[in-house]
Write a protein that binds this ligand. Structure first.
Ligand code: HEM
Length: 215
């Protein structure tokens, strides 16, 4: 089966190259900005592209579990690196805004965070990613225990939703792109609800069925 063949390939591939290849588009973007290759408003261009990378990586991380459940593809070993890269791009996006757009005028930046809803939502999404990335290591999993760790990582869902809403909120007209991202997030969250429903139904069925050893 194709899924088995792909899984055999994924098992052979290490996750560490993601940490090497992942930052390259960001470095290339800043390089282009510094050499005048990003047009008249390089800061805006970097802001947009880093925001898009962050959102795309959040969605990629969110797709890992449904891909396993519905397509049998096991990409779990790459999920941590994808999540850390998503956070890195969200951080670069925030840095670009605070340092290059706001010029590190903290009073104005804080004013914008409070007054502009799309920035408030973006900031909330970013803050939700902080505990996720802080606990993305084996020591944190051991310290918290699997159940509490999983409960904490539930924050991925509101973070993804807020990040997609941030994009929808900031556009002035009605372009398709932000709604495609919002649709992807809603679709992936929906698939989790479907999978959870199917799991509880099969558990209920299992509990109702008479045990083969029962007399
Ligand atoms: C998880 C966190 C975040 C994600 C995934 C994200 C994603 C995005 C995306 C996709 C865009 C639109 C790109 C485009 O127009 O093509 C964007 C734009 C923007 N974001 Fe974020 N963002 C996040 C957090 C933040 C934070 C924390 C701030 C500032 C406090 C922020 C400020 C902005 C600004 C100023 C823009 C450009 C608005 C404009 O075009 O005028 N974002 N972001």
């Amino acid at each position: 089966m194709l899924a088995d063949r792909l899984n055999a390939l994924f098992r052979k591939l290490p996750a560490w190259p993601i940490y090497i290849v992942g930052p390259l588009p960001g470095i290339w973007l800043y390089w282009q900005g510094a050499t005048g290759a990003l047009g008249a408003d390089p800061v805006r261009a970097i802001e947009h592209q880093t925001g898009l990378y962050a959102l795309q990586l959040i969605i990629a991380g969110l797709a890992v579990t449904p891909l396993r459940g519905f397509a049998g593809l096991n990409l779990l070993k790459f999920r941590r690196a994808i999540g850390i890269m998503a956070f890195a791009y969200a951080g670069l996006h925030l840095f670009t805004w605070a340092a290059l757009d706001m010029g590190l005028y903290w009073a104005q930046a804080l004013g914008d965070i409070v007054k502009r809803p799309y920035i408030t939502i973006g900031m909330a999404a970013f803050l939700l990613l902080v505990p996720l990335v802080a606990t993305s290591n084996d020591r944190a999993v051991r310290r918290l225990g699997a159940v509490r760790w999983r409960k904490l990582h539930w924050l991925t869902y509101p973070a993804a939703l807020l990040a997609a809403l941030h994009f929808v909120w900031l556009v002035k007209a009605w372009p398709l792109e932000p709604f495609v991202y919002l649709g992807a997030v809603l679709g992936l969250l929906g698939l989790r609800v479907v999978a959870k429903g199917a799991r509880s139904a099969s558990r209920r069925k299992g509990a109702a069925a008479p045990s083969p050893t029962a007399s």
